[in-house]
Design a protein around this ligand. Structure first.
Ligand SMILES: [Cu+2]
Length: 148
Protein backbone atom coordinates (compact mmCIF):
# COMPACT_ATOMS: atom_id res chain seq x y z
CA UNK A 1 0.00 0.00 0.00
CA UNK A 2 2.77 2.37 0.93
CA UNK A 3 4.62 1.49 -2.21
CA UNK A 4 1.58 2.13 -4.29
CA UNK A 5 1.06 5.49 -2.64
CA UNK A 6 4.68 6.32 -3.22
CA UNK A 7 4.42 5.37 -6.85
CA UNK A 8 1.29 7.36 -7.30
CA UNK A 9 2.84 10.34 -5.64
CA UNK A 10 6.01 10.00 -7.71
CA UNK A 11 3.98 9.73 -10.81
CA UNK A 12 2.13 12.85 -9.90
CA UNK A 13 5.25 14.78 -9.01
CA UNK A 14 7.31 13.63 -11.96
CA UNK A 15 4.80 13.53 -14.74
CA UNK A 16 1.90 15.49 -13.41
CA UNK A 17 -0.29 12.58 -14.31
CA UNK A 18 -3.66 12.14 -12.77
CA UNK A 19 -5.53 9.09 -11.70
CA UNK A 20 -8.10 7.93 -14.23
CA UNK A 21 -10.94 10.39 -14.02
CA UNK A 22 -14.34 9.15 -13.11
CA UNK A 23 -16.37 9.47 -16.21
CA UNK A 24 -18.35 12.64 -15.78
CA UNK A 25 -22.05 11.97 -15.65
CA UNK A 26 -23.30 13.08 -19.02
CA UNK A 27 -26.83 11.91 -18.37
CA UNK A 28 -29.66 14.33 -18.19
CA UNK A 29 -33.29 14.39 -17.27
CA UNK A 30 -35.17 14.31 -20.53
CA UNK A 31 -38.67 15.60 -21.08
CA UNK A 32 -40.79 14.35 -23.96
CA UNK A 33 -44.39 14.32 -25.16
CA UNK A 34 -45.31 17.47 -23.28
CA UNK A 35 -48.55 19.39 -23.74
CA UNK A 36 -50.88 21.72 -21.89
CA UNK A 37 -54.66 21.74 -21.98
CA UNK A 38 -56.33 24.94 -23.27
CA UNK A 39 -58.35 26.99 -20.79
CA UNK A 40 -59.63 30.48 -20.02
CA UNK A 41 -57.82 32.97 -17.80
CA UNK A 42 -58.62 32.37 -14.14
CA UNK A 43 -59.68 28.77 -14.67
CA UNK A 44 -57.65 25.57 -14.41
CA UNK A 45 -55.39 23.74 -16.79
CA UNK A 46 -52.97 20.87 -16.57
CA UNK A 47 -49.63 20.00 -18.10
CA UNK A 48 -48.56 16.50 -19.07
CA UNK A 49 -45.20 15.07 -20.14
CA UNK A 50 -42.80 12.22 -19.64
CA UNK A 51 -39.71 12.63 -17.48
CA UNK A 52 -36.83 10.24 -18.09
CA UNK A 53 -34.01 10.21 -15.58
CA UNK A 54 -30.91 9.37 -17.57
CA UNK A 55 -28.52 10.52 -14.86
CA UNK A 56 -26.55 8.05 -12.76
CA UNK A 57 -28.57 8.64 -9.62
CA UNK A 58 -32.09 8.83 -8.35
CA UNK A 59 -33.31 12.40 -8.40
CA UNK A 60 -36.37 14.13 -7.02
CA UNK A 61 -38.64 16.63 -8.72
CA UNK A 62 -39.25 19.26 -6.06
CA UNK A 63 -41.13 22.11 -7.65
CA UNK A 64 -42.59 23.36 -10.90
CA UNK A 65 -43.24 26.97 -11.78
CA UNK A 66 -44.78 28.54 -14.87
CA UNK A 67 -44.75 31.78 -16.81
CA UNK A 68 -48.57 31.92 -17.01
CA UNK A 69 -49.46 31.74 -13.31
CA UNK A 70 -47.95 32.13 -9.87
CA UNK A 71 -49.66 28.94 -8.73
CA UNK A 72 -48.71 25.52 -10.02
CA UNK A 73 -48.98 22.29 -8.08
CA UNK A 74 -47.96 18.72 -8.71
CA UNK A 75 -51.12 16.61 -8.42
CA UNK A 76 -51.97 12.97 -8.61
CA UNK A 77 -55.44 11.84 -9.62
CA UNK A 78 -56.95 8.89 -7.82
CA UNK A 79 -60.21 7.02 -7.76
CA UNK A 80 -62.13 6.66 -4.51
CA UNK A 81 -63.85 3.45 -3.46
CA UNK A 82 -67.09 5.02 -4.70
CA UNK A 83 -65.64 5.41 -8.17
CA UNK A 84 -65.21 9.17 -7.83
CA UNK A 85 -62.08 10.91 -9.04
CA UNK A 86 -60.05 13.05 -6.70
CA UNK A 87 -56.71 14.82 -6.85
CA UNK A 88 -54.11 15.26 -4.18
CA UNK A 89 -51.05 17.45 -4.14
CA UNK A 90 -47.65 15.75 -4.25
CA UNK A 91 -44.87 17.56 -2.44
CA UNK A 92 -42.26 15.84 -4.59
CA UNK A 93 -41.91 13.09 -7.18
CA UNK A 94 -39.10 10.54 -6.97
CA UNK A 95 -37.32 9.86 -10.26
CA UNK A 96 -35.41 6.56 -9.99
CA UNK A 97 -32.39 6.43 -12.27
CA UNK A 98 -33.07 5.00 -15.68
CA UNK A 99 -36.83 5.22 -15.24
CA UNK A 100 -39.49 7.24 -16.99
CA UNK A 101 -42.25 8.87 -14.95
CA UNK A 102 -45.32 9.81 -16.96
CA UNK A 103 -47.44 12.82 -16.11
CA UNK A 104 -50.69 11.88 -17.81
CA UNK A 105 -54.44 12.25 -17.66
CA UNK A 106 -55.82 10.29 -14.71
CA UNK A 107 -52.40 10.20 -13.05
CA UNK A 108 -49.68 12.63 -12.13
CA UNK A 109 -50.12 16.08 -13.65
CA UNK A 110 -49.05 19.66 -13.19
CA UNK A 111 -52.04 21.76 -12.15
CA UNK A 112 -51.88 25.22 -13.68
CA UNK A 113 -54.14 27.21 -11.38
CA UNK A 114 -55.82 30.40 -12.52
CA UNK A 115 -53.57 31.39 -15.39
CA UNK A 116 -53.23 35.14 -15.97
CA UNK A 117 -54.29 34.79 -19.60
CA UNK A 118 -56.27 32.48 -21.85
CA UNK A 119 -54.30 29.37 -22.78
CA UNK A 120 -55.05 29.13 -26.46
CA UNK A 121 -54.38 26.14 -28.66
CA UNK A 122 -51.27 26.80 -30.75
CA UNK A 123 -49.59 28.93 -28.07
CA UNK A 124 -47.14 27.52 -25.56
CA UNK A 125 -46.49 27.54 -21.82
CA UNK A 126 -43.07 27.59 -20.19
CA UNK A 127 -42.49 25.43 -17.13
CA UNK A 128 -39.41 25.43 -14.92
CA UNK A 129 -38.73 22.18 -13.10
CA UNK A 130 -36.54 22.11 -10.01
CA UNK A 131 -34.80 18.94 -8.91
CA UNK A 132 -32.86 17.99 -5.80
CA UNK A 133 -29.72 17.07 -7.79
CA UNK A 134 -30.02 18.08 -11.41
CA UNK A 135 -30.01 21.62 -12.70
CA UNK A 136 -33.32 23.40 -13.26
CA UNK A 137 -34.98 22.51 -16.54
CA UNK A 138 -36.96 25.03 -18.50
CA UNK A 139 -39.34 23.61 -21.05
CA UNK A 140 -41.82 25.04 -23.49
CA UNK A 141 -44.95 22.95 -23.97
CA UNK A 142 -47.52 23.38 -26.74
CA UNK A 143 -51.11 24.11 -25.82
CA UNK A 144 -53.37 21.58 -27.51
CA UNK A 145 -56.66 19.83 -27.03
CA UNK A 146 -55.16 16.37 -26.51
CA UNK A 147 -51.84 14.63 -26.18
CA UNK A 148 -52.22 12.81 -29.48
CU1 LIG B 1 -54.99 18.47 -10.42
Amino acid sequence: MKILSFLTLSCFLLFNCTSPKKKASSGVIEITDGWVRPTKAGKMSAAYFKLKNETATTDTLLRISSDVTSTTQIHESFETDDGLMGMREQKFVALPKGETIAFKQGGLHVMIIQPDLDLVEGDSVTLTLQFSSSKDLEISLPIKASGN
